[in-house]
Write a protein that binds this ligand. Structure first.
Ligand code: PHE
Ligand code: FE
Length: 282
């Protein structure tokens, strides 16, 4: 076994624990893996100035996440625990829904620890440590967003019981992963799927093709999404308080009401939408 293979196996290895966690084993990363992180970090750092929201950029700074190396979860946890009582746990990849929600409900963010290969810099189908850490963890330093993520975990466990997971997953997709926010300085990014993507961090704000619509909880839970291309519609919140307050009520009656409404296509605009930008076919 070459040193590369051993690092790869360690960071993607299966877990023998019931909660699917593994150890990050930070010392097992090799120079090439740290160099891939550096490349990814540097280009997003430049692109996100003036594009990511202040809360995200402040989170990156507070965590001490930097270009030099893949962060050590233990260092991040000492900051996170103090700020919002969250922690990061290492997992080998996607985990079952119930396990994922259980972690979030207990303020633990499951993060992968392997890093993509150099030929996958621009696009990777599954989450890796760059997406999970750089994309998700900075927002967890924000107290309101941190509470939203815990509430989402609790809501996920409930949605599983009610058979409403597909609805709730759309909310995660259009907020946590691909959310935009209106600020006094202009529209900004907070979604982790965007901040960790070179192409989409420019496209979501500057390209005329996608729709940009005001956040609307029930509308989002009716809207399908694409996992294989840039989004055709982004939903824009006015602030994290709006997001937290809109999602505070019990969703049980919402799920019932949604059963009588048809799904909407990712590109569709509906009567009643707050249209900030109508996408033009390009
Ligand atoms: N209030 C939601 C429910 O009862 C839980 C939730 C909170 C879901 C935040 C998503 C986001 O299901
Ligand atoms: Fe993600």
């Amino acid at each position: 076994m070459t040193p590369d293979e051993s690092a790869e196996t360690r960071h993607r290895g299966r877990s023998s624990r019931a909660d699917f966690t593994i150890d990050q084993d930070w010392s097992a990363y090799n120079a090439e893996e740290h160099a891939i992180w550096r490349t990814l970090f540097r280009r997003q750092e430049t692109l996100l100035r003036g594009r990511a929201c202040d809360e995200f950029l402040a989170g990156v700074a507070a965590l001490g996440v930097a270009a030099d190396a893949i962060p050590d979860f233990r260092m991040l946890n000492s900051v996170l625990e103090r700020r919002t009582r969250w922690s990061i746990v290492a997992v080998p990849g996607l985990v079952p829904d119930a396990i994922f929600f259980e972690h979030l409900a207990n303020r633990r963010f499951p993060s992968t620890c392997f890093i993509r290969r150099r030929d996958q810099l621009d696009y990777l189908q599954e989450p890796d440590v760059f997406h999970d850490l750089f994309g998700h963890v900075p927002m967890l330093t924000n107290p309101v967003f941190a509470d939203y993520m815990q509430a989402y975990g609790e809501g996920g466990l409930k949605a599983l019981r009610l058979g409403a997971l597909e609805r709730l997953a759309r909310l995660y997709w259009y907020t946590v992963e691909f959310g935009l926010i209106e600020t006094t300085a202009g529209m900004r990014i907070y979604g982790s799927g965007i901040v960790s993507s070179k192409g989409e961090s420019v496209y979501c704000l500057e390209d005329p093709r996608p729709n940009r619509l005001g956040f609307d909880l029930l509308r989002i839970m009716r809207t399908r999404y694409r996992i294989d291309d840039f989004q055709e519609t982004y939903f824009v919140i006015r602030g994290f308080e709006e997001l937290f307050e809109a999602t505070r009520p019990d969703f049980t009656p919402y799920y019932r009401a949604l059963q009588r409404l048809r799904d909407l296509q990712p590109s569709q605009i509906e009567a009643g939408d707050r249209v900030l930008h109508r996408g033009s076919p390009g």
